[in-house]
Design a protein around this ligand. Structure first.
Ligand code: AMP
Length: 186
């Protein structure tokens, strides 16, 4: 098993959300990332789906890399048993360090913070700043409104066809793994 030489960044809610399927998916993704010998990169919190992904990855013996700004250490309950915990001054530094240390991006259900992180990765990819896979894990159709919005942006010609091509939409965590791993050249 390769250990931590391919890093998967997970963006997801700092809450659990309404559907228990979201929690189950977060735990499954953390476990699968570890079982594939990959490193989890995430926002370092021990709350909501974020905490579930990290606890599952750790329990399964995976490597973990968390990044959190100082002002959220208490609010998001920074997880101190990660292999690496980076505390930044700002949100922007957090996002930059997370993406610099990742090979692929998974987006589980989440709120405005998750959307912010997703759109930054999407727009950076649109601008050619990276070519990392971006995988929307559409548990129970949670991301359907977002997929519709992105399609709408293309249909109304505020983006070309590369926008939808930049995002892979999968229905479950099992399907997410091959999409996330296709950037692994080693
Ligand atoms: P949420 O999806 O709103 O529960 O937030 C998920 C994660 O995104 C949390 O760790 C938030 O701290 C983080 N977050 C919220 N807003 C931003 C932002 N503007 N930039 C980076 N991360 C953010």
């Amino acid at each position: 098993m390769k250990s931590g030489d391919y890093s998967i960044c997970v963006y997801c809610g700092s809450r659990d959300g309404a559907d228990p399927a979201f929690s189950a998916a977060a735990e499954e993704l953390g476990q699968l990332i570890a079982e594939h010998g990959c490193r989890l990169v995430y926002g370092a919190g021990d709350v909501g789906l974020m905490g579930r992904v990290a606890r599952a990855a750790t329990t399964a013996g995976g490597a973990t890399f968390g990044v959190i700004p100082q002002h959220l250490v208490a609010r998001e309950v920074a997880k101190h048993d990660l292999n690496t915990l980076v505390v930044t001054e700002t949100m922007h530094e957090r996002k930059k360090i997370m993406v610099m240390n990742s090979d692929a991006i998974a987006v589980l259900p989440g709120g405005a913070g998750t959307l912010d992180e997703f759109f930054e990765m999407l727009t950076w990819r649109q601008l050619g700043l990276h070519a990392k896979p971006i995988v929307l894990v559409n548990i129970g159709g949670f991301w359907d409104p977002l997929v519709t919005l992105i399609d709408h942006i293309e249909t109304t010609r505020f983006a070309d066809g590369t926008l939808t091509q930049s995002v892979q939409v999968v229905d479950n965590v099992t399907a997410a793994m091959p999409a996330l791993l296709n950037n692994w050249s080693a």
